[in-house]
Design a protein around this ligand. Structure first.
Ligand SMILES: *Cc1c(COP(=O)(O)O)cnc(C)c1O
Length: 226
C-alpha cells in the first residue's frame, strides 16, 4: 500500500508542478495534506512513510483517537471538519492546527481557552447552502479575523471547500475569491495570513492555479474511502 501512495504522491506532485508552471508559481509553495478520514491508523503510517508530513482528519473524535495513538510528533495533524463548541478543548489538545474555524462561537471558545494552535478561518466561497464557513464578505471577515487576532489567537490563513460543480470556471472563481479576501484582510489588518488551504482530489489543480498553499487530498492519494 505504501508503494501505491508513493506513486500517487508522485503523480500529484507532477500535476501541482504543471499547474504552478502555468501560473508562475514555485511548486515548493504548495504543501500536500493527506486526508485520512475513515482510514485506519495504518494508512496514516503508510502516508507518512510515503513522504507526506501533514495529515488531515475531519472529525474530532475519530481523528483525535488516531493522533493520540500516533503521538503529536508523528506528523503535523490538522482538523479540517466540523467543530462544536463543546469539542474545542479536545480539538486543541489532539490537533496541532485547526483549519475549520467557521463560527464566532467557536472562535470565542478558543479565546476563552487562550488557544495557541495555528488556526485557519473557513469561508463559504461558493455560497452553496449547507456549506460551512463565514460568508465571503470582506467586512464580516475583517471584523471576525480582526477580533480573533486582537484577542491573541494565531490566525494563519483561510480555508475553503470548492463548489460541487467541478466546472473549472466555477472552481477557479471560488478559489480566486478566497485569495482576494485574504489580500483584503492582509491589507486591512496587517496580518500576513500566508496559508490558503484549498483544493481536494477533484479540483486541486484549479486551486493551485489560484494560489493554494495546501491541497487536502484523500481519494487521489489513498484510494476510495471505505
Ligand atoms: C474529505 C475531505 C477532503 C478530501 O477529499 P477528497 O475528495 O477525497 O480529496 C478535503 N477537505 C475536506 C474538508 C474533507 O472533508
Amino acid at each position: 500500500m505504501t508503494t501505491g501512495i508513493r506513486e500517487n504522491l508522485e503523480a500529484v506532485r507532477e500535476r501541482i508542478g504543471n499547474a504552478c508552471a502555468l501560473s508562475g508559481r514555485s511548486p515548493g509553495e504548495v504543501g500536500v495534506m493527506a486526508v485520512t478520514k475513515t482510514h485506519p491508523v495504518e494508512t496514516v503510517r503508510a502516508a507518512v512513510a510515503a513522504g507526506v508530513t501533514v495529515i488531515g482528519e475531519n472529525r474530532v473524535t475519530e481523528g483525535g483517537r488516531k493522533t493520540r495513538e500516533l503521538g503529536a510528533g508523528f506528523a503535523e495533524f490538522h482538523l479540517i471538519g466540523p467543530l462544536h463548541v463543546r469539542e474545542v478543548r479536545q480539538a486543541l489538545r489532539d490537533f496541532r492546527w485547526i483549519d475549520s474555524v467557521d463560527r464566532v462561537e467557536v472562535a470565542g471558545e478558543m479565546i476563552r481557552r487562550k488557544a495557541s494552535n495555528p488556526l485557519l478561518v473557513e469561508v463559504n466561497t461558493s455560497g452553496e447552502p449547507g456549506k460551512k464557513g463565514f460568508p465571503p464578505d470582506p467586512d464580516v471577515l475583517v471584523e471576525v479575523v480582526g477580533m480573533m487576532v486582537g484577542e491573541g489567537l494565531r490566525v494563519e490563513g483561510l480555508m475553503t471547500v470548492g463548489p460541487l460543480t467541478l466546472v473549472e470556471s466555477d472552481s477557479r472563481r471560488a478559489f480566486s475569491l478566497l485569495r482576494e479576501l485574504r489580500d483584503r484582510l492582509r491589507g486591512s489588518l496587517g496580518t500576513p495570513l500566508e496559508n490558503l488551504s484549498m483544493g481536494m482530489s477533484d479540483d486541486f489543480v484549479h486551486a493551485v492555479r489560484e494560489g493554494s498553499t495546501m491541497v487536502r487530498l484523500g481519494r487521489v492519494l489513498l484510494g476510495e474511502r471505505r
